[in-house]
Write a protein that binds this ligand. Structure first.
Ligand code: ADP
Ligand code: MG
Length: 681
């Protein structure tokens, strides 16, 4: 199959097609109908049901043009059933009127497709599609497809282009026909032909709910392309050469001995998995998963020790400055006593300091902690051995690609507290090895979740006072405001002012995204040190903040937050031995979806269960945000409903790559064309 078989159409049409993501003939073949219209049978007007789109064939009885201002053309038609139908055109051309007059005079027949409704004087259709036909003109043999389209691109044009693409494009079968038969999947050519032009005998509901075997074949093929692409990327990376970091474990051992706690069995297990990877000569691609608070940071630090001991540098990247700084402080406290040079690098450093730090990062620093600055700045690490990405789902594809280009082929450890449901992991993360920490450190008390409607706010304020009186600290998260940073800031300032007047004897601080990084750092440091009782915050604290003495989390306008966010925020408390509470303060009335979210977060503490519910509510977009290139990568398959196909595709991908890499390549070309790159991040 040629790599690119451009669509043969005038440039203006090609531009519009491009807006739909259609560049090649193959793309048109895979541009599947949204729904169908049935023009395969004629309905006698006398039997036409109101509210249904149908085809009638009739002769023009008369035409009338209404006067301005409501100038409209009304054409009355009738057929042998004795029924009469008015066709109403609110806008029309003179040429159209003349053609209809001629048809009337000649007694020609019209084929008219539209939805019948009750009009002023009987049945009518508004702006139906119609055509003057010869008496013996055959009816359509298949249902008429209606495609997703864009302004300036009519259905007729699309239909013509798709039909031609079906004729010209290579639809050859790339899978084993016997296997397809066993799986009850039609051939690729049969599947696309049927979906673009279904025979009238097909049960339309199976097209609509996509359960028809032709749809299953298409969804399978799409999932197969995804699996092939990820698997190829995985195998390609296995071919690359990374520094071998032997697991002597001395530095790691020292670190472990210096900790005030013992590692959990789960931490020990994943640390060993990572240590094994680092000792290999192919780059590690591992995703470290574990619910909020399970202790991923220390596992990352142990991995860093292994690289540092082997004489390599380590870069740790976090999505926010606050988180990066917290990591820096913690890692420095752990590692500097072991004579490891830890450096903090953020985007907001001043020019001279930044240059100096960059120089240091490039040469002497053993562990560099930072935000995106790590990738945006041109740092040439002299010996980068390991990259650690925290909260990896917050980074974009391009940022991760950039990072990989930094110096050689370092090992990569990605960490995420957003649990990924199994089907999602199998599809979008199929190119990564996954380690899971499925256990919390001992001595944690479960967080109690309580729902308060806004009219009981006073009780919540009293709870803050009580927590602080008991020697604890609290968070108050401000309402999430999507529209603009400015409004967001104002809301935070307001909340802070109101709480300050309500809780005069408390030490209250405010942290928000607009503060300069030193200011943010100072506020956080004061909170960590226990010099602040109540921290009022926008969602800048969402990820990673770790203060064991904080036992109360209040989330104002909780109904505006997504499930993952609520779970993350709630995970900020319950980190010490104290009884902890998360208050979801909501503003009634609740929308159905807000109610559903709050119910889920109230009923479940387990991040995986919450994620599964989230996937059900919203689809995979949110989970794989960083993997998307704007358009969803899966257009047809649906991970929730097509889980069986995901598994089938996974095993077929392995088999096809092994038995017939050439056909695997052609399948990828058919489905992804040039988009494959984006899947590889
Ligand atoms: P997360 O996985 O959410 O990033 P952290 O790494 O921030 O979690 O760990 C949360 C807290 O638990 C930190 O204060 C950390 O020092 C502590 N911690 C980690 N492992 C253990 C353990 N095995 N026993 C006790 N506390 C631990
Ligand atoms: Mg963390």
């Amino acid at each position: 199959m040629p790599a690119r078989e451009p669509i043969d159409a005038p440039p203006a049409i090609r531009n519009r097609l491009r807006r739909l993501g259609l560049e090649r003939r193959e793309d048109l073949v895979l541009h599947l109908p949204l729904r169908y219209e049935d023009e395969t049978r004629v309905t006698p007007i006398a039997e036409a049901a109101v509210g249904v789109a149908l085809l009638v064939e009739a002769e023009v009885l008369d035409l009338a043009v209404g006067r301005a201002p409501r100038r409209q053309l009304v054409v009355r038609v009738g057929d042998a059933s004795g029924g009469i139908l008015a066709l109403r055109f609110i806008s029309f051309h003179g040429s159209q009127q003349r053609a209809l007059e001629a048809a009337c005079a000649a007694g020609s027949r019209l084929r008219i497709f539209g939805e019948v409704r009750h009009g002023f004087n009987g049945l009518e259709m508004v702006h139906p599609r119609y055509r003057i036909v010869a008496a013996d003109e055959p009816l359509a043999q298949s249902l008429t497809p209606v495609y997703p389209t864009t302004a300036g691109l009519g259905q007729a044009t699309l239909r013509r282009l798709v039909a031609r693409a079906l004729h010209d494009a290579d639809l050859s079968e790339l899978l084993d026909p016997d296997w397809c038969r066993v799986q009850a999947l039609p051939s690729f050519a049969a599947a696309v032909s049927l979906l673009h032009a279904p025979p009238p005998t097909v049960a339309e509901s199976t097209l609509h709910d996509r359960s028809h075997p032709a749809w299953r074949r298409i969804k399978f093929d799409e999932l197969l392309a995804q699996q092939l692409s990820l698997r190829r990327a995985y195998l390609a990376r296995r071919q690359q050469v990374a520094p071998v970091l032997p697991a002597t474990g001395q530095l790691a051992q020292q670190l472990e001995c210096s900790l005030p706690f013992a590692l959990t069995a789960a931490q020990r297990r994943v640390a060993a998995e990572i240590a094994g990877d680092l000792a290999q000569s192919s780059p590690m691609q591992r995703l470290l998963q574990g619910d909020v608070g399970c202790g991923k940071t220390i596992v990352a630090a142990l991995a860093a020790c292994q690289a540092i001991e082997a004489g390599y540098q380590v870069a740790l990247m976090a999505p926010t400055e606050i988180l990066a700084e917290q990591h820096f402080l913690k890692l420095r406290a752990w590692l500097e006593p072991l004579a490891v040079e830890v450096l903090w690098l953020t985007g907001s450093l001043s020019g001279k300091l930044k240059r100096q730090r960059r120089q240091q990062a490039a040469t002497s620093a053993q562990l560099v902690v930072g935000t995106h600055a790590l990738i945006q700045e041109s740092i040439d690490f002299s010996r980068l051995g390991l990259i650690i990405v925290d909260e990896q789902h917050r980074f974009g594809v391009r940022q991760r690609l950039e990072l990989r280009r930094k110096g050689g082929n370092p090992h990569q450890l990605m960490m995420s507290a957003t649990p990924i449901p199994r089907t999602l992991a199998m599809s979008y993360y199929a190119d990564l090895d996954v380690s899971l920490i499925d256990q919390m450190p001992p001595g944690r008390s479960p967080v109690r979740t309580r729902l308060f409607s806004a009219d009981r706010r006073a009780q919540v304020v009293a709870a803050v006072r009580a927590a602080v009186a008991g020697g604890r600290q609290a968070y108050w998260v401000c309402p999430l405001i999507e529209e603009s940073d400015k409004v967001d800031l104002q809301a935070a300032l307001d909340t802070h002012a109101v709480l300050s007047s309500e809780l005069v004897d408390l030490r209250i601080a405010l942290v928000h995204g607009r503060l300069r990084s030193e200011e943010k750092a100072a506020v956080m440091a004061a909170f960590v040190a226990g010099e602040v009782d109540l921290l009022v915050a926008t969602t800048v604290i969402e990820v990673g903040v770790d203060v064991a003495n904080a036992s109360l989390m209040v989330i104002e306008h909780a109904e505006r937050f997504g499930l993952a966010q609520l779970h993350q925020l709630r995970g900020r408390v319950g980190r010490g031995a104290h009884e902890s509470v998360c208050v979801l303060l909501y503003q009634p009335p609740l929308s159905a979806s807000a109610r559903a979210r709050l119910k889920i977060i109230f009923e479940h503490a387990d991040g995986f269960e919450i994620a599964r519910q989230d996937l059900r509510l919203r689809g995979p977009g949110e989970f794989v945000g960083s993997r998307q290139s704007g358009e969803p990568l899966l257009r047809h398959a649906d991970l929730e409903n097509d889980a069986d196909l995901v598994e089938l595709a996974q095993s077929m991908a392995a088999r096809l790559l092994h038995d017939s890499p050439e056909r695997a390549g052609r399948h990828l070309q058919r489905w992804l064309g040039d988009r494959e790159d984006l899947l590889r991040a």
